[in-house]
Design a protein around this ligand. Sequence first.
Ligand code: AQP
Length: 337
Amino acid sequence: MENSNNQPKKIVYSGIQPTGIITIGNYIGAIDNWLKLQSDYNSIFGIADLHALTVRQNPAEFRARALSFFAQYLAVGIDPAKAIIYFQSHVPEHTELSWLLNCYTYVGEMTRMTQFKDKSKKNEDNINMGLLDYPVLMASDILLYQTDLVPVGIDQKQHLEITRDIATRFNNLYSPTFVVPEAYISKQGEKVYSLQDPTAKMSKSDPDPNASVAIIEDPDSIMRKFKRAVTDCEATVEIREDKPGIMNLLTIMSVMTGESMEALAERYRDGGYAKFKQAVGESVVEKFKPIREEYNRLIQDKAYLMQVAKEGADKARYLARKTVSKVKRKIGLVELK
Ligand code: AQP
């Protein structure tokens, strides 16, 4: 496909693991950018279900959650006519490439990854090989589709850098095989913080339910969480680095309404925190109301969801096979003609 300048469209790839809930942090850091890019790029958005296996999952809940995430992709406006939407586990080339790339990645590179260290601390009884190997699977996801651009939150920047290193290493050892991808991290909302600890990332699987807000959460619950959001003991709404709680709320409201943080800070400056938090909560409720309604409709229609998933997997596999064949040929594996 070509864009309006008759240039071949560049490729965008991203995904979310079906763990916990899709939060407004995931929306702001990743999905909002997917929506902006899907018309101008050939976009591929995966449900990263194989990644989620690095922590133990209850099979029935996991299956339901993965399908729910898929319905949420559609509900937010990812359009299957424009983008490929699929489950990672439906395209076996992800794991195949992952093995091959493992042989071009050093153990030391993996043990120094911040996410590996963090997750190892959180899952001391289950530091499995998958947790260590996670960045190689992620590199495979991205490189499989000859991706140009990867819209992610800033927490994934390190994994993007290792992806680039692996691609470059392989290209230099053989000949140009992979496109070396760029991260696409929008400045505003690169990291949304927990509503209970504005110095920690808002996380999908935070055990404290008041720390994060789901995009399909019911309005009363959203309002309650924003009213309880931790801020500081001053009373003015202003843009100041030493007011992380207020900065976080301003960021969220700015993305929800499209208004600048400066304009919002000006409007709510002296009105008191309670009024400001109420307004932030309402902006979130307002933004996600139609999405929640569309989600409630879609999740009932399993046949449609599976049809979109099947079409997405077929399209993804077609592209993925081409890259894997190329890689195998370069490495010197015997081909079956
Ligand atoms: N708080 C955040 N602010 C901005 N962007 C965020 N992302 C996640 N949290 C924030 C971005 O959302 C995508 C989801 O990536 P993932 O599924 O690999 O999960 P993650 O980064 O590990 O996110 P979580 O929420 O912290 O999941 P759990 O709790 O399961 O580990 C990525 O693009 C990420 O940058």
